[in-house]
Ligand binder design. Structure first.
Ligand SMILES: [Zn+2]
Length: 159
């Protein structure tokens, strides 16, 4: 997997059981590439928004939404729900998701009593693997459309 260095904010969190830990995310002012996580949180990866796959998936989703609803009002939310099916699994074999909540690495709780960046925010340079789409790219355009349509239905984005 290709790896790139990105600057991320270091967040500090405390879980319901009092464990303090850090995690990284883009600053509130960041535009462009996205981070995506696996369920165990230890694997953060980068989604490059200038990748042709990212743009192709976006336009297929928009087209399917417009065909069904006459608009693409929920496009961003629906994109986040279904984009992970396009990604190859993480090195651990787990799937990526945009929806994964931050999880305490000690007790696995997602119940955080507080979290946030420092004041001022601490910026760390973090090397992240870049998400790949090898399996997806083997599919024909019709297969891609079909899989996205199914995933959008499952997510409640299409009737
Ligand atoms: Zn904990």
């Amino acid at each position: 997997m290709k790896r790139v260095s990105v600057e991320l904010w270091r967040f500090t969190a405390v879980c319901i059981n009092g464990h303090e830990f850090c995690f990284h995310r883009f600053s509130d002012f960041h535009y462009g590439d996205l981070t995506i996580r696996t369920a165990n949180q230890s694997e953060l990866a980068l989604v490059e928004t200038d990748d042709p796959v990212f743009n192709e998936v976006g336009s297929i989703i928009d087209e399917l939404l417009v065909a069904a609803w006459g608009n693409k009002n929920r496009s961003d939310w629906c994109f986040d729900q279904v984009f992970p099916i396009v990604c190859d699994p993480a090195p651990s074999g787990l799937r990526y998701s945009f929806a994964e909540e931050v999880r305490c690495p000690v007790c696995n709780s997602t119940h955080l009593v507080r979290y946030g960046p420092g004041e001022p925010p601490q910026v760390d340079t973090v090397e992240l693997p870049v998400v790949t789409y090898n399996a997806w790219q083997q599919l024909s355009y019709e297969e891609k459309r079909g899989r996205l349509r199914d995933a959008l239905r499952k997510a409640g984005c299409l009737p």
